[in-house]
Design a protein around this ligand. Structure first.
Ligand code: FNR
Length: 380
């Protein structure tokens, strides 16, 4: 009701409360390069569209006259209590959206008690983001480098900086065919803005002939060559298990057999995700992959979800389809670009408030009662 009460004094929100309008607003204010990078998807965008369509196809069946005067949105994820089933997804190179980049997003997440996942392709060194995140829950996302020493160094640094869980992104052994970036020749890494987390890493620097400031082009090239590794296979996970003392979550799992392999490899969780439709053009929608993965490993692993979440009712649907919590990507990147930390807080407040209201109006006092029976499929 905060927004309505403020509205009585003439104060309307600075950003729209319908988060699907943020992209168009960001495009006007920030220009096609940065917004193309955030909005851009693989191929003709069909995977990103399918993500939205799949969530929209599922419809909530509300129940009446159930006592919902007090709601409890809290959940336990990876052994930690969270106030709500929502976290910020790892988004690389946030300095292209706002100069305070990952630090502003981390501060916003902490202000609302939401975990922040830091991309290893962060434009800010992870230690600095950890300071900004303060007492907040923080998770570290790893792009699994070719160079073992760099990976080991990242894991060591992340642990020392208080990141509690490791998210290993499996769906990006190569960057996909993304026409909006290709047409703008826009790759933030190559502009050298996105690579500070690597450039400040001692193991990364050890692989360079000259210090970064003396030959920045060579440093960027080194980054591009080692940043991901299409040669990795399941047995390689043993290396991460040995070098990370804490939960490991595999991000980008869509097939139930891959989820089973994750469990067999001693992992703690999976994120059912198609990277927001940015990797495999023509991929199945993430929400359509979720029920089978949850059925395969839901009793053994933490099952998280992202790709297409824009509203509170999307969160309800993802939980009903088997997720324990969801990650939010593009909306908060736009919020950051449009209004810094306050913009990210706005986005989080909107999703959390709408989640709370949708639960109440559908007859749920908490997330524990969200099962498949809560949903029906819209007639095609
Ligand atoms: C991402 N994503 C991503 N994932 C990851 O593991 N590491 C990364 O560095 C990035 N970087 C990144 C940049 C941008 C601009 C976007 C939009 C996305 C994927 C992200 O974590 C998440 O999977 C999707 O964004 C979720 O889909 P929605 O919410 O954007 O639809």
């Amino acid at each position: 009701y905060e927004i309505y009460l403020n509205g009585m004094t003439g104060a309307v929100p600075r950003l729209p409360t319908d988060l699907t309008r943020l992209e168009e607003m960001a495009e006007r204010r920030l220009g096609p390069g940065p917004v193309g990078y955030v909005a851009g998807s693989a191929g003709d965008g069909s995977t990103a569209r399918a993500n939205r369509a799949a969530l929209e196809r599922h419809r909530i069946v509300p129940r009446m006259l159930r006592d919902v005067h007090e709601r409890d949105l809290s959940v336990e994820v990876l052994g930690r209590p969270l106030p709500a089933p929502l976290a910020l997804a790892p988004v690389g190179v946030l300095s292209i959206m706002h100069p305070e980049a990952e630090s502003a997003a981390a501060r916003a997440a902490t202000a609302l008690g939401v975990p922040f996942t830091l991309s290893s392709a962060s434009s800010t060194p992870l230690e600095e983001v950890a300071k900004a995140s303060g007492e907040g829950e923080r998770w570290f996302q790893l792009y699994w480098a070719k160079d073992r020493e760099v990976t080991r160094s990242f894991l060591r640094r992340a642990k020392a900086a208080g990141f509690t869980a490791l998210f290993v992104t499996l769906d990006t052994p190569l960057l996909a065919w993304r026409p909006r970036d290709l047409d703008q020749a826009y790759l933030p890494f190559l502009r050298g803005v996105g690579t500070a987390n690597y450039f400040t890493d001692p193991a990364f620097a050890a692989g360079l002939a000259k210090p970064v400031h003396e030959d920045p082009d060579a440093a960027v090239l080194h980054f591009v060559n080692m940043f991901a590794d299409p040669g990795k296979t399941w047995p390689d996970l043993a290396f991460l298990r040995e070098n990370w003392d804490g939960p490991i979550v595999l991000k980008g799992v869509l097939h139930p057999d891959d989820a089973r392999l994750a469990a067999e490899a001693g992992m703690d969780g999976v994120v059912v995700s198609n990277h927001g439709g940015r990797q495999v053009a023509g991929s199945l929608a993430a929400a359509d992959a979720l029920p089978a993965v949850a059925a395969a490993v839901g009793d053994r692993l933490t099952v998280l979800f992202d790709s297409g979440i824009r509203t509170g009712d999307d969160v309800v649907k993802a939980l009903a389809l088997g997720a324990e919590a969801v990650l939010l990507g593009r909306p908060y990147a736009y919020g950051l670009g449009l209004d810094g930390q306050a913009g990210v807080e706005h986005v989080l407040r909107c999703v959390l408030a709408e989640l709370d209201l949708t639960l109440a109006l559908s007859g749920h006092a908490g997330v524990g009662t969200l099962t498949r029976e809560v949903l029906t499929q819209a007639p095609l």
